[in-house]
Write a protein that binds this ligand. Structure first.
Ligand code: HAM
Length: 443
């Protein structure tokens, strides 16, 4: 049957998640719940919009995310003010979240979860994020992340644990280890990074004629972003720039060495990439990214994260270190598809209950309904016809729903207190009494 035509279209860069993909999303969420809880992480849900300032301060004004990609939300009051040219107060400026870290941190403090000197707070979240990027395969304006954040754990053990949990998650989802690369780096901290930034700035200015306008423009604002420029010529020039590994303070270098040591102990293989800088400003020390080798083109990062020891303070909360990661669900599903792995297919229906002439026979209809209720109460997955279909059409529907067996209820069987169970794979049939069925024989 053709679907009726409908004129409205979803907004550019957004997706409807339907059919097998919806099952796959749910499956990846279930696995996250399973793996992350084994590492002591508790779920958290935060609002989809926050005060704009949270992201401006947290992610950094000069990042692409904040300067070009945020979707603003206007309450009716704010809209009216804008129309009359009245400036908005800070708390009236709202933005759809482009990521989950700043929100998780805000929520942890606002809800009194972080105790100074207390145990680390381990949280995980999942949900839609919004970035007004130019849409293409693997890059959307609304996409879904599954992320984790750990607050109050300064030890390099926490970095190694976080990366290990991420890699175990990918493994559980069916991502082949050989199809991904784990890149790690240290970004230093506020003691060693300023001098390093200066040296990169000087390098950019010395090579200004060989670099694109954007890289040169950013030299003073955020020189490290030049490492992320997609222009191949800029990449070549930047390959000669000073690297952070040579500029780390002894504390940062020691922390980085320890992270690598603990990763090796956990059997996690990694590649060091001294030019991995990541697109958000809040990182200090360890950063990491998981990239697929093939199938996603330029959008090859399926997850990434790092340490952000100054973010809490930057947001006006008590000085508390933190670290975390986020995985891009859509990109993960593209990667899995590329590997030929199908995830989270709909589970088989246990039983379809079909009635013979149930449309014209209220007793049969009642018996079908009663049987479906009884079996569902026993924890079985069951479906039945709601439209008065013929037996033939019901059998077809049972096939479509991939039912393991069909329970056929007809007036004659009903008189004997029986039903026929047909195995849909072997086509074998057997008779069961309705009493036995009620007592859980089909469970
Ligand atoms: P991010 O690298 O910006 O980090 O995003 C994490 C992942 O989200 C990316 O690796 C990618 O898979 C996915 N992603 C990002 N943008 C898009 C997009 N436009 N379309 C589809 N997928 C996308 C963060 O968001 C940090 N909050 C991660 C973190 C948590 N760092 C510390 N804690």
């Amino acid at each position: 049957m053709a679907a009726p035509s409908f004129a409205a279209r979803r907004p550019r860069g957004t997706n409807d998640i339907v059919g097998a993909e919806a099952f796959a999303h749910a499956h990846l969420l279930r696995l996250a719940q399973e793996i992350f809880s084994a590492y002591g992480y508790a779920p958290i849900t935060t609002p989809i919009f926050e005060q704009t300032d949270l992201f401006v301060r947290g992610i950094g004004e000069s990042t692409d995310v904040v300067s070009k990609e945020m979707f603003s939300v206007l309450s009716p009051d704010a809209h009216a003010k804008i129309c009359t040219g009245t400036p908005l107060k800070k708390d009236q400026r709202l933005t759809l979240r482009p990521e989950g870290t700043a929100s998780a941190l805000r929520a942890a403090f606002e809800n009194g979860m972080v105790m100074q000197g207390g145990s680390p707070v381990k949280l995980w979240y999942a949900g839609p994020m919004f970035r007004a990027e130019r849409p293409q395969k693997g890059r959307y304006r609304q996409f879904h992340q599954i992320g984790a954040e750990c607050l109050g754990a300064p030890s390099p053990l926490a970095d190694a644990e976080m990366i290990t949990m991420l890699m175990r998650y990918f493994e559980a989802c069916g991502i082949e280890r050989s199809s991904i690369r784990l890149l790690i780096n240290s970004m230093g901290d506020d003691k060693c990074r300023p001098a390093y930034r200066e040296s990169v700035r000087d390098y950019i200015l010395d090579h200004r004629t060989d670099l694109c306008e954007e890289c040169v423009r950013r030299a003073d604002i955020n020189p490290l972003r030049a490492f992320d420029c997609k222009n191949p010529h800029c990449q070549e020039v930047m390959s000669g720039a000073p690297i952070i590994t040579d500029a780390l303070s002894s504390d940062c270098a020691h922390h980085y060495e320890q992270v690598k040591h603990y990763l090796e102990m956990a059997g996690i293989t990694y590649e060091e990439d001294p030019r991995l800088v990541r697109g958000l400003d809040y990182y200090t020390r360890t950063v990491f990214e998981v990239q697929v080798v093939d199938g996603l083109g330029a959008q090859n990062a399926i997850g990434g994260g790092g340490r952000y020891d100054k973010l809490a303070e930057l947001m006006g909360a008590p000085d508390t270190c933190g670290l975390g990661f986020a995985v891009g669900v859509e990109r993960m599903l593209i990667a899995l598809e590329h590997q030929g792995v199908s995830v989270g297919e709909s589970a088989r229906l246990n039983y379809y209950v079909a009635g013979v002439d149930s449309k014209s026979n209220p007793q049969t209809q009642d018996a079908v309904y009663q049987t479906a209720c009884t079996l569902r109460d026993q924890g079985l997955s069951v479906d039945f016809d709601l439209q008065g279909k013929s037996l033939k059409a019901q059998m077809k529907q049972a096939g479509k729903l991939n039912a393991q067996a069909v329970i056929i209820v007809g007036p004659e069987e009903l008189e004997r207190g029986e039903a026929v169970v047909r195995n849909m794979d072997t086509r074998d049939e057997r008779t069961v009494t309705l009493d036995a069925l009620r007592q859980g024989e089909l469970r």
